[in-house]
Design a protein around this ligand. Structure first.
Ligand SMILES: Cc1cc2nc3c(=O)[nH]c(=O)nc-3n(C[C@H](O)[C@H](O)[C@H](O)COP(=O)(O)OP(=O)(O)OC[C@H]3O[C@@H](n4cnc5c(N)ncnc54)[C@H](O)[C@@H]3O)c2cc1C
Length: 414
């Protein structure tokens, strides 16, 4: 069995940020990656996707974004290439084509079964992604046989779908972008929207990401939030990597039919909730609370003259007679895109570290088992933990914890 002090699993932004910190601390380590660096951005995203965060927010620790298009939104293929360059620059010890199939705890630490044979280590970092697999609701099994089904992780372009109408389920970041793209390709899209998060792309002339950073909202810590589990379940905002807004109003203007949350599929028909108006009202309210906070911040500092005036998006428009049913057998809807969220995939982690709902038990990335750490999970240590801009702070703090763990092991072994 090959062995190293620490193994990081996953060579995305989270694994690379941790690698840089461990190198700086002189901790011997390897990154095991089933593909190559930036694999998820290349393999699990659709062709047209641009980063939702503007370029200035997409630097890596020690390597801020330096290029002319500071406020642009790069293609994910470019970001993936940038990660490869970054990995070389920091000398990240990446072992590609090395999928981890099973990980267990042993006396000396951990044993990993991989595509390249077994590995042993004293500390293990799980950096395999918060969005490693699409989450599918149980109702998928009731979809009639003739309807094509896909997910944002498998979908690449509209031409992958059979001709005809498309039902997109889920109106968070992935759902609204795919609804827009597929409608523009000439197919009639119906978008099922449950609870969602609405944000304008820009407000008072600044990108919303700039406001979230400036108000310190992305730095909010997990241990300062009243209900962290609820915060972790907040749907991702309706936003697209480009200057134009994408929300239920703009989608309706482009011809997309908006319906309520998909409740069930019965008798060959999709049945939708009548609560769309409530979901929209709640999303509008929360968006306006954020915009109020921005206006207050501006007023307190007397910066009103330096910014554009408040330009609130119009309230969401909702039909007074909501559509409650669509047949899935009359040929109108030929495919369904399940944009119903993502989950981490720890199916290969054979250790007692999961709660009753199957979620990893951790406190800010320190897993409930000595020597085991996570990186990149949603709101793991901070609101920005799963974002590109969030991995640096988390890696710094968790690498310190990890080094202290190794020091304790060394003292115990002496
Ligand atoms: C559609 C979409 C758009 C997003 N856009 C943005 C954005 O614009 N800005 C932003 O800041 N964030 C964005 N995010 C959130 C986040 O930045 C990404 O999910 C990002 O990929 C997370 O990086 P990561 O390093 O944590 O995980 P990943 O990039 O998922 O990397 C995990 C790596 O682990 C490898 N791996 C997984 N399992 C194993 C295994 N068993 N053995 C070996 N290797 C394994 C994978 O191949 C992969 O390379 C987006 C997320 C999604 C889903």
């Amino acid at each position: 069995m090959k062995s190293t002090t620490t193994v990081i699993i996953g060579a995305g932004q989270a694994g690379l940020a941790m690698s840089r910190e461990l190198t700086n601390r002189g901790v011997d380590h390897l990154i095991l990656e089933r593909g190559t660096v930036g694999n998820a951005w290349r393999e699990d995203r659709w062709d047209s996707l641009r980063l939702l965060t503007p370029n200035w927010a997409n630097g890596m620790p020690g390597a801020p974004y330096r290029a002319p298009d500071h406020d642009g939104y790069m293609r994910v293929s470019e970001f993936s290439e940038r990660l490869g360059v970054y990995a070389d620059a920091i000398g990240a010890p990446v072992l590609g084509d090395t999928g981890v199939r099973r990980a267990v705890q042993i006396d000396s630490g951990f044993r990993l079964e991989t595509d390249q044979g077994p590995f042993g280590c004293k500390a293990l970092v799980l950096a395999t992604g918060a969005c490693a697999r699409p989450h599918l609701p149980p109702v998928t099994t009731a979809v009639p046989g003739g309807v094509f089904q896909t997910t944002p992780s498998a979908y690449k372009r509209p031409g992958d779908l059979p001709p005809g109408g498309v039902l997109v389920v889920g109106a968070s970041a992935s759902g609204v972008q795919l609804a827009r793209e597929i409608q523009a390709s000439g197919r009639q899209v119906t978008l099922a929207a449950g609870w969602h998060t609405r944000l304008p792309r820009t407000y008072r002339g600044r990108d919303v990401e700039w406001w979230l950073h400036t108000l310190g909202l992305l730095d909010e810590r997990f241990d300062m939030i009243d209900d962290i589990e609820r915060a972790r379940r907040t749907p991702s905002p309706q936003i697209v990597g480009g200057p134009e807004p994408v929300d239920l109003n703009s989608l309706q203007e482009s011809g997309v039919e908006i319906v309520g949350r998909l409740m069930e599929i019965r008798g060959g028909a999709a049945l939708f909730s009548g609560g769309l108006a409530n979901a929209c009202a709640s999303a509008d309210l929360k968006m306006n609370r954020l915009l109020d906070a921005i206006d207050e911040w501006v007023d307190e500092r007397g910066l009103g003259d330096e910014l554009l005036p408040p330009d609130r998006p119009l309230p969401s428009r909702v039909s007074k007679a909501p559509v409650l049913r669509r047949s899935l057998t009359d040929g109108g809807i030929r495919s369904i895109v399940w944009a119903t969220g993502y989950r981490p995939d720890f199916s290969w982690l054979d250790m007692p570290v999961f709660d009753a709902r199957g979620r990893l038990r951790h406190r800010g990335g320190v897993v409930d088992l000595p020597g085991l750490y996570a990186m990149g999970l949603i709101f793991m240590r901070r609101r920005k933990s799963h974002q590109i801009s969030g991995v640096g702070d988390d890696a710094r703090e968790l690498s310190e914890h990890l080094q202290a763990h190794l020091d304790t092991c060394a003292v115990a072994a002496a």
